[in-house]
Ligand binder design. Structure first.
Ligand SMILES: NC(=O)c1ccc[n+]([C@@H]2O[C@H](COP(=O)([O-])OP(=O)(O)OC[C@H]3O[C@@H](n4cnc5c(N)ncnc54)[C@H](OP(=O)(O)O)[C@@H]3O)[C@@H](O)[C@H]2O)c1
Length: 278
């Protein structure tokens, strides 16, 4: 029987709630990670993008795959192409976690992966999430604990999206053919500046948190001093350009279409993670 769903990055921000949502729907899930540990009721399987010998076993018994790119990689085309090729060869349906805005230019690496999937002939759904709300308790938490969010976002607004809404959208895309052949720009319900986001964090946590708009070079220095490799720090700085330009301020009804409910607000996100911000 080939009816299993392979979730890549199953221990991660999206993969974990996605695996839980699929198990709750009664699906049989192979949770892929580099350790291969079982998570949230799913069997674990070892998968490493950088070890091609792990692909075949991970795809055994699978007819649908959730493909995401782990944080920290720049050459995403080289990293992801082997597993995409293997899935396409087997006729596996692909749900791909891309990035909002990459369809602006076919030369953008994530767009090249999208195009490969679109032209492959296998059923697919492409999900393009905006900036995650959850970055506030991952990437920006160290600063927030000192009362500051320092990023080069200018006064640009973003419709931050809760990873639970991405995971639930992905679960729908994987468990019905209704959305096949389509791409969805996944956003939160409203666009907020980092000043407005800091106000929400301050109000809900009871601690003053301020936004500091910084230059790219200052941001890169902060990241490299925290141990982020220089080239990835430069990449992270570059993706704030679309924020400053206002391109991440759009809102869509994609989450509602895919999940049947409105996306969660930033306030709801903060309330769900309050202990981390106290
Ligand atoms: N953060 C944002 O605001 C944002 C917005 C839009 C799009 N995105 C995109 O979302 C993606 C990140 O999603 P995420 O936050 O869910 O990922 P994540 O939590 O950073 O990573 C998911 C998992 O990937 C696994 N992993 C790391 N290296 C691996 C490797 N070499 N082979 C196999 N697995 C590996 C890790 O698990 P193990 O250690 O257990 O193997 C990790 O738990 C990126 O492509 C990013 O561009 C992010």
């Amino acid at each position: 029987m080939t009816n299993k769903i392979l979730v890549l990055g199953a221990t991660g921000n999206i993969g974990k709630p996605l695996t839980a949502a699929l198990i709750a729907k009664g699906e049989t899930v192979k949770a892929a990670s580099r350790t291969g540990k079982a998570i949230v009721g799913a069997e674990g399987v070892i998968f490493d993008f950088t070890d091609l010998t792990t692909i075949d076993n991970a795809l055994e018994g699978v007819n649908r795959i959730y493909v995401m790119v782990p944080t920290g990689h720049i050459d995403v085309v080289s990293l992801v192409t082997p597993v995409l090729d293997a899935a396409i060869k087997r006729g596996v349906k692909i749900v791909f976690q891309s990035v909002l805005g990459v369809d602006a230019d076919d030369n953008i690496p994530y767009r090249q992966l999208e195009l490969k999937i679109e032209r492959s002939g296998v059923p697919f759904v492409i999900l393009r999430p905006n900036w995650f709300s959850d970055n506030f308790h991952t990437f920006w938490l160290a600063g927030i604990k000192q009362g500051v969010i320092a990023v080069p976002a200018g006064q640009g607004k973003s419709s931050f999206i809760d990873v639970r809404d991405i995971a639930e959208s992905a679960a729908s895309a994987l468990t019905t053919s209704e959305f096949d052949g389509q791409a969805f720009n996944l956003t939160g319900p409203v666009a907020l500046s980092y000043t407005e986001a800091a106000e929400i964090l301050s109000k809900e946590s009871g601690h003053p948190i301020q936004y500091q708009a910084i230059e790219d070079s200052v941001f890169v220095n902060i990241l490299t001093e925290a141990g982020v490799p220089n080239d990835y720090a430069g990449f992270l700085a570059s993706i704030f350009y679309p924020v400053r330009e206002g391109w991440t301020a759009l809102t869509t009804d994609a989450v509602e279409k895919l999940t049947g409910h409105a996306p969660r607000t930033l306030t709801a996100y903060v309330r769900s993670h309050l202990s981390l911000f106290k």
